[in-house]
Design a binder for this molecule. Structure first.
Ligand SMILES: [Zn+2]
Length: 185
């Protein structure tokens, strides 16, 4: 079913339940919106109900879009390879995007399964990222990419380095702190 609003159309699944006494609404991290209704509940009243809750639903959907769920276990080999490929596309896109700001020379962008770090920059000017960047909110991927890019010029965490980072990410201090709260597995 589709619920139309001025801003966007929201697809939802309608389930009827013999046990439900009232309407229930759930938004899942997968982007699924599920309305559970008692048997024989009028569709018109379901739409009224959605109308009341729609800003909450949209807020939730946006949240899940920006906060990809972190994996709760190590991926299988096949899952890992899929995630690695997707992470590489993401990393390359972000590097190209943010390097428009800096124009640094780099060799290779790669994705690894380094459980100890989110990213690194080698002396050979290769940029490496952890495949789990897929599960970071977008703005933290931006920060991470800018961070590693800036190591192409400053191989340290000096004041000069942070000034360089701040050109693209003025709130880098907050990002740095938040990134520490995101654990890798
Ligand atoms: Zn660093």
């Amino acid at each position: 079913m589709i619920f139309k609003t001025d801003k966007q159309n929201v697809a939802y699944k309608l389930k009827h339940s013999r046990r439900a006494r009232n309407l229930r609404l759930a938004v899942y991290y997968t982007g699924d919106v599920v309305v559970t209704a008692p048997l024989g509940f009028e569709v018109g009243r379901i739409e009224d109900f959605l109308q009341q809750k729609i800003s909450w639903v949209i807020k939730k959907l946006d949240f899940f879009k920006n906060h990809h769920p972190a994996p709760i276990r190590k991926a299988s080999r096949k899952e890992y390879l899929n995630q690695k490929a997707a992470a590489l596309v993401l990393a390359k896109q972000k590097v190209v995007l943010w390097n428009q700001r800096y124009n640094f020379f780099y060799n290779r962008v790669s994705v690894k399964n380094q459980s100890t770090r989110w990213g690194s920059c080698s002396r050979k000017r290769n940029l490496n990222f952890n495949y789990q960047i897929l599960y970071l909110p977008d703005y933290l991927v931006d920060y991470l990419v800018v961070h590693e890019l800036c190591h192409l010029q400053e191989f340290n965490h000096s004041a000069k380095f942070w000034t360089l980072v701040s050109l693209a990410i003025p709130n880098y201090k907050i990002c740095r702190k938040e990134l520490k709260n995101h654990e890798r597995i």
